[in-house]
Design a protein around this ligand. Structure first.
Ligand SMILES: *Cc1c(COP(=O)(O)O)cnc(C)c1O
Ligand SMILES: [Zn+2]
Length: 437
């Protein structure tokens, strides 16, 4: 990848302190077919463990594998959740025996009505709002929980923009491991409640996500036995997003789509969908073909879209100000890799105003009966803008990812929709509304 180390954002992954989990030995096969952690910048390999920054160059580490031969039939014979792909994830072969939330294998909807609205001939919505805690974060957390368990962590924790805290708190409750989750104190009330029902250790921090993330890095370096899903076990966590890419390909009949539109917060999900497509090609599970990956951001927190449009490699951190709080990461750890992937594949990174985000939520709800949160409204609205700009080819098969659930961000649209009329319980009153046929 072209980006230099100097341009790498510094919020996630710059602390090179080895973080501490339990002293016990790691069992054989704890990480499945994973071989090592490999530096994305310089390729240095380090042993599998609670490490996230390269000891040579501070670059981000990611999981490298020695994959065995694997067939479509073996995968199809697996459970209807992400563990059908366990051979491609850093998890043990007996992962299904550990209590977990069993996320994934969410529906891929043919979205003809939305396609007509947007002028896209062949459109699909990958609907991750139906995961156990109603966002795609259940996928990444399931992988992080496995790593935390294998590393004998005592506490399962995260800094979060909301959905991650929900997923960590629920997964920890089911696994019987103590959770502590950190959120910005201005987070939507439903997302706070959706964490607090599962854990008595929700910590609201007066600051934005980037402040919460810095605090988590400090705690990870100080405390013994804490696994922060997106800090010291981030390489394992991030791999969970690959399952979105695997599922899209399998549900299309073991075929890659031509175009995918993905919301960008830290940028991890987008990079991992690309990694998943590359792995499927290498393993011979799908035919190789060109595809384009597009990123979606809200204008009030659009550091990656800004860099894309300026044609530069460096990402300038911003102070987020948008209703799309789940995407409000001002200093995205994987932003430069999102730029690389979108440019290399012929995609783009787009951004839309909060007003357009709201319209996107309503458009998806009224065309397909899918109620998405602000992140999904961002993705739908960016898709429309990409079509209008001629950047997205409307004749090509396109998948947009709905990463979350509208009930968690009701305030975004509650002023725009409501009863068409409030009436007395009589037919005459109803007839007077003009709604009778
Ligand atoms: C976290 C989140 C994202 C973005 O995830 P990254 O991998 O950090 O880019 C998108 N949508 C929703 C609903 C999220 O919660
Ligand atoms: Zn390195």
């Amino acid at each position: 990848m072209s980006a230099s180390v100097a341009e790498r954002p510094t919020t996630d992954g710059t602390e090179n302190e080895p973080t501490k989990t339990g002293p016990e030995a790691v069992r054989e096969g704890a990480f499945g077919n994973a071989r090592s952690l490999s530096c994305r910048e310089c390729g240095t390999e380090v042993e599998l463990g609670p490490h996230y920054a390269c000891p040579e160059c501070f670059g981000p580490l990611e999981v490298a594998y020695d994959f065995p031969a694997i067939t479509r039939e073996e995968i199809e014979a697996g459970p209807r959740n992400i563990w059908r792909y366990k051979a491609l994830l850093p998890v043990p072969a007996d992962i299904e025996q550990s209590p977990n939330t069993e996320p994934g294998f969410t529906r891929l909807l043919k979205a003809d009505n939305l396609g007509r609205e947007l002028g896209i001939a062949n459109l699909w919505v990958k609907d991750d709002s139906t995961n156990p805690t109603n966002s795609f974060k259940d996928r990444v957390v399931a992988c992080a929980l496995s790593a935390a368990t294998e590393l004998h962590a005592k506490v399962f924790a995260c800094p979060s923009t909301g959905n991650l805290a929900n997923a960590v708190a629920a997964a920890g409750a089911r696994a019987g491991i103590k959770t502590v989750v950190f959120i910005p104190s201005n987070l939507e009330k439903p997302k706070q409640v959706n964490s607090a029902v599962y854990t008595d250790s929700l910590v609201a921090v007066d600051g934005n996500y980037d402040d919460v993330n810095k605090l988590a890095q400090e705690i990870a370096a100080e405390e013994e036995g804490w696994a922060f899903v997106n800090v010291n076990v981030r390489p394992f966590y991030a791999e969970g997003s690959k399952t979105l890419g695997y599922e899209i390909a399998e549900q299309l009949g073991w075929r890659l789509p031509d175009q995918v539109v993905i919301p960008v917060a830290s940028g991890s999900q987008l990079t991992k969908v690309h990694k998943a497509f590359q792995e499927l090609i290498k393993l011979g599970l799908v035919e190789e073909k060109p595809y384009r990956i597009f990123g979606a951001q809200a204008t009030g927190c659009s550091p990656v879209a800004t860099a894309y449009k300026a044609g530069v490699d460096a990402i300038r951190p911003v102070k987020p100000d948008t209703i799309a709080k789940s995407l409000a990461i001002g200093n995205p750890a994987d932003g430069i890799y999102v730029l690389d992937i979108c440019r290399e594949t012929g995609g783009a990174v787009e951004d839309v105003t909060d007003e357009e985000v709201r319209e996107g939520i309503l458009l998806l709800a009224r065309s397909e009966g899918v109620f998405t949160e602000t992140a999904g409204g961002t993705t739908v609205a960016c898709t429309r803008k990409l079509v209008e700009a001629g950047l997205l080819d409307t004749s090509l098969e396109t998948v947009i990812i709905n990463t979350g659930m509208g009930l968690k961000t009701l305030d975004a649209v509650s002023d725009l929709v409501g009863p068409a009329a409030t009436i007395a319980p009589s037919y005459d009153a109803f007839a007077a509304t003009g709604l009778s046929s």
